[in-house]
Design a protein around this ligand. Structure first.
Ligand code: GLY
Length: 371
């Protein structure tokens, strides 16, 4: 992964190296002026772009589209309502029909502007329309910049199961501009920091130390601090995706550190009570306590993680946690094997493992420790 490619002033470039599916991630601040050039560099022969954007970031989508020379690239635009309900079969079908009516063909390019919902939905439309067309991710939330826009997971929800229908479909370009987060609500921005902290714990001790020293700059949304944190997070994610693009070896599962607890918290507390990143923050605390209980790591890891999450103004406990309701949800998690719970557990900062055969009593103790 190369972060030393040619980049504009104050801009970083991370490359996701996946052979003929490789692509650059541009990370900048007020860099939109270079968007059209990056588009032409990364995608040859664009003559038609379909811009699919979250209705909440319409002005950012317009700002971006204004950079494109519309004499050479025909543009169609479609707003999608904000929120998880848009990852539905109905919204997906509506987009495909709109693409057809817009004259899309195999040379058309989708540009997805928004957070994880838009990236997943528009990415899946790109993966499936005409058996797959090119697409560009323009993430506008911190969570999407450091996680969902990178790595090629796309998909929609069924009524009873999140992300149940989808495809691995890599973008051709990711364009992350911190200026697009100016209108992002505080809670949503801070929740994205949980995924940033995750990379420090699972993969990168120096980055963990940097985060501990720079948490206040990140909370204050210092542009240089944000760019560095996004760059290091994308480098970590690119490393993991490079080793296990389609999640077949188990390596990619490490990105789910804290997520088994988090999904159970989200499902039982009612979706919307906590933001995803907030649940991940609490979930990482529970996972660290579980690791300590199993003698896999020492208390110091939990203490350092607690300090960092607290400095990022993230929740570290969930007093309403309903253990009896959470356990059955965890048993349905993708990481359950033959009825035994499996978790991503840390052994030291920068190193985690998929651990199987965990007794539910140990899991209950870990949840209890953070109620
Ligand atoms: N967000 C987890 C993954 O991309 O694998």
């Amino acid at each position: 992964m190369n972060s030393k490619l040619a980049a504009g002033q104050g801009e970083c470039l991370v490359s996701v190296d996946l052979g003929d599916r490789s692509y650059p991630i541009h990370i900048g601040t007020e860099a939109t002026g270079r968007f059209a050039a990056a588009l032409k560099e990364s995608l040859v022969d664009i003559s038609h772009a379909l811009v699919i954007y979250d209705a909440a970031v319409q002005s950012w989508a317009t700002h971006l589209v204004d950079q494109i020379d519309q004499d050479s690239i025909r543009i169609n635009q479609s707003a999608v309502p904000s929120g998880e309900p848009s990852k539905s079969i109905e919204q997906y079908a509506a987009l495909l029909n709109w693409m057809l009516e817009s004259g899309a063909d195999r040379r058309s390019v989708i540009i997805a502007v928004g957070g994880g919902v838009i990236g997943d939905l528009a990415g899946f439309a790109a993966a499936s329309f005409a058996r797959g067309i090119r697409f560009v991710q323009v993430p506008t939330t911190l969570l999407a910049m450091v996680d969902s826009s990178v790595g090629g997971k796309t998909g929609i929800n069924l009524a009873a199961a999140k992300n149940m229908v989808g495809a691995f479909w890599q973008p051709d370009l990711v364009w992350a501009d911190t200026q697009s987060m100016e209108t992002l609500p505080e809670r949503s921005y801070l929740s994205g920091l949980a995924e940033v902290v995750k990379y420090g714990v699972i993969d990168d001790p120096p980055f963990f130390d940097w985060l501990a020293a720079n948490a206040s700059a990140l909370v204050a949304r210092d542009p240089a601090a944000m760019r560095y944190a996004i760059e290091q997070s994308c480098l970590s994610k690119a490393r993991v995706v490079n080793e296990d693009e389609r999640e077949t070896s188990g390596r990619r599962a490490i990105l789910n550190y804290g997520h088994t607890f988090a999904h159970a918290i989200e499902a039982t507390a009612g979706y919307g009570t906590l933001l995803h990143g907030e649940a991940v923050s609490i979930g990482m605390q529970m996972a660290a306590s579980l690791a300590i209980g199993l003698g896999r790591c020492d208390q110091d890891l939990l203490d350092r993680q607690t300090d960092l999450l607290t400095a990022c103004q993230l929740p570290i406990t969930f007093p309403q946690a309903d253990i009896d309701a959470m356990l059955p949800v965890m048993m349905r998690d993708k990481k359950v094997a033959h009825g035994k719970l499996r978790f991503i557990l840390p052994n030291k900062i920068g190193s985690v493992q998929l651990v199987g055969d965990i007794a539910s009593a140990d899991v209950c103790r870990a949840i209890e420790a953070h109620r």
